[in-house]
Design a binder for this molecule. Structure first.
Ligand code: AMP
Length: 550
């Protein structure tokens, strides 16, 4: 399809949003009405009214037993009239629990132009007990025949690098390819901003070695993946001492401000999601890129694609996603103080209101609660546009894991038991994600008090390190995997602060307008002034000294 026909199609979809949604639901009910799941509620009827009246709103735990049955080998028609060919593995943004969603591996034709340095990577596939592949959405796409056979790819890296499942070799080779072809790079991209920041930090620690490879024309010995070695050697194309010198000269400057535009002078924008929890990375990306435009292209998940950003060059804080009414049947649960459970259709959402989307798709999800909170910011024709507000129950996240308030409180309970042995009490705590290190890590600020009256706080290194380890051990499996297996999260740190620090913090928030009677120490803190108060009072730092078991 040409660009003008894409735009024409978009106009049609958004102008007829209600009709497109009604037709889609009709089609889903025609195909799925006889599944075991829907028969329970619809008893053979397939009209919209009985769907609305009888099919319940559900969370993953409700549909999981049905999905598991298909994963174990029962026919797809437990939940869908389509043939399930594979499962998508979510990143675990809802409470850190990774979920699998059935799909059928169909891709729609499209074209891409331009040359992009994109940090695409894949994870090793696993399989369901019945032998169907399970993979994250991106891996599933990148390993598909559709991707393999795309006529022209606009990436600086060859497929062999993209498909290399070793994260470190993959990252190194992407950067090497990007540096060698620096003049051709017009944009830099990664699905989420957190990964782009990791790439920059990786460059900070590896530029010397990368320059060595460019100078000699030989790739480092530790790149052992044969596909990567062969394909990247071709791109290196022999010794290039001038380029190596130029890159070395840039990277050895004291400040790395604007490094992206210095190394890739023709880059015009950065394409990566910077909305929602990713907004914490905006200042870092702006620093390294001399404020190149940050383009947040889409709002999508393993469950469905929701919408696209039709104003790509707008400021990150103004990004809204226009819902595509042909992607899934969308309903919206009103989120307001009255908690009144009102559900409305896509075209009936109201400007300014907050909603949680419910998804009904072809593959068996019916009225499925997404757990994301969105706000209506406008309409494009009759299709609503939404700002991503937040994930429900989210507190800490370095990568794709989500550590909730509940997880933190549970972990602290465990650590409290260790602390008991040293006659200390935890008087106050808060935490944040420190992404100035590579990889980022969790930091807990603790204010301790001796149990004995007027007692002096004596910090026992062994006990404190043990506390760090116990906290990590009690986090969910996704955190532990990212920390232990993939190395994408660094060792957890406890910073012990002087007594009275949390009082000072409270005074600060109150001076900013918080009510004294309602003040609660934030479980997770992001305000720079608040962090500065804490940092000022740090007495000692401790890190976990082992990776948590899986
Ligand atoms: P996954 O299914 O693992 O791909 O994760 C999907 C989740 O990522 C969504 O439910 C959102 O919470 C989050 N997400 C996806 N796209 C965006 C976006 N554009 N802005 C903010 N959060 C997003």
């Amino acid at each position: 399809m040409s660009l003008s026909s894409h735009l024409k199609y978009l106009e049609e979809l958004t102008t007829n949003a209600k009709q497109v949604q009604d037709n889609l639901l009709e089609e889903i009910l025609r195909v799925n009405g006889n599944t075991e799941y829907l028969r329970h509620f619809l008893h053979g009827s397939s009209n919209k009214e009985s769907f609305k009246k009888n099919v319940p709103v559900v969370t993953y735990d409700d549909v999981n037993p049905y999905i598991e049955r298909v994963a174990k080998g029962e026919p797809s028609n437990v939940i869908t009239g389509e043939t399930i060919t594979n499962f998508l593995l979510s990143s675990g943004t809802s409470g850190g629990k990774q979920k699998i969603f059935p799909v059928n591996n169909k891709y729609i034709d499209g074209v891409r132009k331009g040359k992009v340095m994109t940090f695409l990577n894949t994870r090793p596939l696993s399989t369901t007990p019945s032998g169907l592949p399970i993979a994250p959405l991106s891996t599933s796409f990148l390993m598909s025949d559709y991707f393999k056979n795309l006529p022209s790819k606009c990436y600086v890296s060859p497929d062999e690098v993209i498909l290399c499942v070793d994260n470190k070799q993959n990252m190194y080779c992407h950067l090497l390819c990007g540096l060698v072809q620096r003049e051709e790079v017009v944009s830099i991209s990664a699905a989420f901003a957190s990964y782009l920041v990791q790439a920059i930090q990786f460059l900070e620690t590896h530029w010397n070695e990368l320059c060595g490879n460019i100078r000699s024309g030989c790739i480092s010995e530790w790149i052992t993946d044969p596909g990567c070695r062969d394909s990247v050697s071709v791109i290196l194309g022999g010794p290039n001492p001038e380029l190596a010198y130029m890159i070395e000269h840039e990277c050895s400057q004291k400040s790395w401000e604007g490094m992206i535009t210095r190394l890739w002078p023709n880059s015009k924008f950065i394409q990566t999601i910077v909305t929602g929890q990713m907004s914490q990375y905006i200042p870092i990306l702006e620093f390294y890129s001399n404020k190149l435009p940050l383009v947040s292209p889409r709002y999508a998940s393993s469950e469905t694609i929701f919408g696209v950003n039709l104003n790509p060059l707008c400021k990150p804080q103004d990004v809204s996603y226009t819902f595509l009414p042909n992607m899934s049947y969308f309903e919206f649960l009103l989120v307001d103080e009255a908690n009144n459970d009102e559900i409305v259709e896509l075209v009936n959402v109201k400007l300014g209101c907050f909603y949680e989307p419910l998804v009904t798709n072809n593959f068996g999800l019916c009225r499925y609660r997404m757990g994301d909170i969105l706000q209506v910011t406008g309409f494009y024709n009759s299709a609503p546009q939404f700002r991503f507000v937040r994930r429900k129950g989210m507190v800490l996240s370095v990568n794709v894991e989500v550590t909730t308030e509940q997880d933190i409180l549970k972990a602290l309970n465990h650590a409290g038991l260790v602390l008991e042995s040293s006659a200390l009490m935890l008087m106050g705590f808060t935490c944040y994600v420190d992404i100035s290190t590579f990889p980022g890590h969790y930091v807990f600020y603790w204010e301790l008090k001796a149990k004995s009256f007027n007692g002096i706080v004596k910090l026992d290194n062994k006990v404190m390190v043990e506390c760090c380890c116990v906290i990590e051990e009690s986090f969910d499996v996704l955190y532990r995997k990212l920390r232990t297996k993939y190395g994408s999260i660094g060792a957890l740190e406890i910073r012990v602060v002087a007594q009275g620090t949390f009082d000072s913090l409270m005074e600060y928030f109150i001076s900013k307008g918080a009510s004294t009677s309602q003040y609660k120490t934030p479980i997770c803190i992001n305000a720079p002034q608040g962090l500065a108060i804490l940092e000022d009072k740090v007495l000692a730092r401790f890190f976990s000294d082992k990776s948590p078991p899986l």
